[in-house]
Ligand binder design. Sequence first.
Ligand SMILES: [Zn+2]
Length: 352
Amino acid sequence: MYLPGNQPPSVSSPMRWFTATIRLLIGAACPILLMPPLLAQHPAAAPRERTLLLVGDLMLSRSVGARMQSANDWTLPFQQIAPTLAAADLAYGNLECPISNTGRNRHHLWSFRADPRVIEGLKLAGFDVLSLANNHVDDWGHPALLDTQRRLREAGIRTVGAGANDLEAHYPVLVDLGGLRIAFLAYVNVEPKESTAAPDRPGVAWLEPERVFADIRFARPLADLIIVGLHWGVEYAARPSRDQTELAHQMIDAGADLVVGGHPHVVQSLEQYKGRWIAYSLGNFIFDQHDPPTHRGLILKVSVKGKQIAGVTPLPTRIDGSYRAVLAPAKEKRQEAREAKAPVRANSPGTR
Ligand SMILES: [Zn+2]
């Protein structure tokens, strides 16, 4: 179609008539030249690519906190990895401890509470969203949990999966990356269940399947992508249970685009199900446990083209002797990335 209005205003009328005639003649012979001139000169831009980096469990208390204190450097765990994380369009992780100087130690089996100065490191690493849906965020009670949320919010870091009441804990966190709308939801089903939020009580979002499906359906029209973070599974188990694989599949059937898990302290497989990805456990990202498998983690690199996930790449990491997250050496990295993408094999029921 020829559009006279697309001609530059400086072209005189006879010239415009001449040009139009020539275009019509050429156009009759070659339909492709009938494209409006504006479109021909500026082909539709390729869908924009974005990178999301998702990591596993971050524990910034106990020996990790003591090391930062003795080095007088509250960014220490992130010094090496910060350039990688901060270069992404969005970084997400599971914060496995309150960050506060208030509250009362509830003396869970292990009680964690990190010094508020650790937020410097989280900012350096460029974290955008942190899940609080885990079995440690309530170690120092509701005041510390709410203080953690407040401090992170003031640092520009969103939190998901916990809140002042169960509505807030279940409400999706919506992030708009220049027109790409991502909804985050996060849940935990690791004891203590008493940390669960209620209509009149702060706490975490408990992983109740029917409620999770309802939350996903609620988020669906609000977002282009829905990412569900789960704190679940059996500590140190090499594989997810069959119950977990079934539940993850049901979440995708309900509308989730990506499911990422943590808590086992070791890395488990990735699985592609109906074109969507599930990372059952990303392992430890920052922690202070002793066994070598607990020093390994995965950064899940998620490539988004336009409004869809185009692919995921596992980037294996290590926790070094100073509790710093570092990318694994190249040779080991290739091997572990292959292992992570091996077909998922669930443990049979009864071995949980
Ligand atoms: Zn945990």
